[in-house]
Design a binder for this molecule. Structure first.
Ligand code: NAI
Ligand code: 13P
Length: 342
C-alpha cells in the first residue's frame, strides 16, 4: 500500500492525516517550517489548529516537501486556497505524472477566478490526474472520529475510485461524483452564505431568517454553479446542501463565527486580526462578485454580504434591502404541469 501525502498542516490537513493513519494507511504530513515540524513531532498534537486530536505514530511529519511527496500514491493539497498555486509550483518538477493530486481547499484563485482543480492543472498540466474532496466535514469532528460522509469528484472514474478506496474508513464514508465543477463550486460558495448565517445570528434574528438564507442561498449557489458547468443535482448532495447546512449551523465554522461577530458590530479587520485560521468566505465573496458578473447570474445574498464586508454596509440595512428587493417567483423554471395562468 503506497503513501498518502498531505500538504498543509492546519486543522483540515491534520484531521485528514489522523483519519487516514487510523485506517492503517502510511501517511506523510508536510508543514511549512522546520520549527512546526519539530514541535508536531514532539507533542503529536496540533495545538494551534486542531487541539485535542492525537496524531498517530504512523504519521510522518516533515518540513521537506520532497520527502513528503516521495513514493506517494496520492498527494492532498489542503492549504488556504490562496496558497495552492505556490504549493503546486514547489512540487511541479518532482511529482510523478501518475500521482493523483486531491484538492481539499475550498475557494477560487483571486485574480484568475479559477477553481482549485483548474489552478493545479494550470501548473501541473491538463492531463495530470486531479480530484476534488468536499463535503460537510468539520476538522474538529473528523479529528474526533465522529462519523462523517464526503464526496470525491474527478473527470476520470478510476481516479475518483482510487481516492475513494484510499480515504474510506469506518468513520469516513466517501462517495464519488463525476461533476467536478458542481462539487468544487458548492464547497467554495457555501462559505459566503455561512458568513450570512453568522451575521443573522449575530443580529439575533431567528430560525426563520436562517432557514430562508440557507434555502435562497442554495438557489444562488446552484445558479452560479450550473452557469459554470455544474450539474443541478450535485447541489442537492453532500457538497451542496450538506456542506451548506454543516457550515451555516455550526459553531466550528470559522465563516459562521466571523459572520456572527460582524452581526454583533465588530469590523472585518478586527475579526481577521483575532484569528490565526483561514476564513475563506471573505476572499470568495470578492471572487464571486466578479464571477456573478462574468456569468450574468443574479446573486442577491452574496452581493449584500460583499457590501457588508468591503463597502462598510450596515448588516441591518443589507437585510432590509434583501427583504424589499423586487418581487420574484420561487422557482425559475416551472416543472409541474400547470392549468392556471402561469
Ligand atoms: N477546517 C475545516 O474543517 C475544513 C477546511 N477546509 C478547507 O481546507 C483549507 C485549509 O483549511 P484549514 O486546514 O482549516 O486551515 P487552517 O487555518 O487551520 O490552517 C491553514 C494551514 O495552511 C498553512 N499555510 C498557509 N499558507 C501557506 C503557504 N503559503 N504554504 C504552506 N502552508 C501554508 C498554515 O501554516 C496552516 O498550517 C481551506 O481552504 C478550508 O476551506 C475544507 C474542509 C474542512
Ligand atoms: O468547510 C468546512 C466544513 O465542511 C469548514 O468550514 P469553515 O471554513 O467555515 O470552518
Amino acid at each position: 500500500m503506497r503513501k498518502i501525502s498531505i500538504l498543509g498542516a492546519g486543522g483540515w490537513g491534520t484531521a485528514l492525516a489522523t483519519s487516514f493513519a487510523k485506517n492503517g494507511r502510511k501517511v506523510s504530513l508536510w508543514t511549512r517550517t522546520e520549527e512546526s515540524a519539530k514541535n508536531l513531532n514532539k507533542v503529536r498534537e496540533n495545538i494551534k489548529y486542531l487541539p485535542g486530536a492525537i496524531i498517530p505514530a504512523n504519521v510522518e511529519i516533515t518540513s521537506s516537501i520532497d520527502k513528503c511527496i516521495a513514493e506517494s500514491e496520492i498527494v492532498v493539497i489542503v492549504t488556504p486556497s490562496s496558497a495552492v498555486r505556490v504549493i503546486c509550483e514547489k512540487i511541479k518538477n518532482t511529482i510523478p505524472k501518475e500521482t493523483i493530486i486531491v484538492t481539499a481547499s475550498k475557494g477560487f484563485e483571486q485574480n484568475s477566478l479559477l477553481r482549485m482543480s483548474e489552478v493545479i492543472q494550470d501548473v501541473l498540466g491538463e492531463n495530470h490526474p486531479v480530484a476534488v474532496l468536499s463535503g460537510p466535514n468539520h476538522a474538529e469532528e473528523v479529528g474526533k472520529d465522529i462519523p462523517t460522509a464526503t464526496v470525491v469528484a474527478a473527470k476520470q472514474k478510476e481516479v475518483a475510485e482510487a481516492v475513494q478506496d484510499a480515504f474510506m474508513g469506518p468513520k469516513l464514508r466517501v462517495y464519488t461524483n463525476p461533476d467536478v465543477v458542481g462539487v468544487e463550486t458548492g464547497g467554495a460558495l457555501k462559505n459566503i452564505i455561512a458568513l450570512g448565517a453568522g451575521i443573522s445570528d449575530g443580529l439575533e434574528f431567528g430560525d426563520n431568517t436562517k432557514s430562508a438564507l440557507l434555502t435562497r442561498g442554495l438557489t444562488e449557489i446552484a445558479r452560479l454553479g450550473v452557469a459554470m458547468g455544474g450539474e443541478k443535482m450535485t447541489f442537492a448532495g453532500l457538497s451542496g446542501i450538506g456542506d451548506l447546512v454543516a457550515t451555516c449551523t455550526s459553531q466550528h465554522s470559522r465563516n459562521w463565527r466571523a459572520g456572527n461577530l460582524l452581526g454583533q458590530g465588530k469590523s472585518l479587520e478586527e475579526i481577521l486580526s483575532e484569528t490565526n485560521m483561514v476564513v475563506e468566505g471573505v476572499k470568495t465573496a470578492k471572487s464571486v462578485n466578479h464571477l456573478a458578473e462574468k456569468y450574468g447570474v443574479e446573486m442577491p445574498i452574496s452581493k449584500q454580504i460583499y457590501k457588508v464586508l468591503f463597502e462598510d454596509k450596515d448588516p441591518k440595512e443589507a437585510v432590509t434591502d434583501l427583504m424589499l428587493r423586487g418581487k420574484t417567483k420561487e422557482i425559475e423554471e416551472v416543472v409541474m404541469p400547470q392549468d392556471g395562468n402561469w
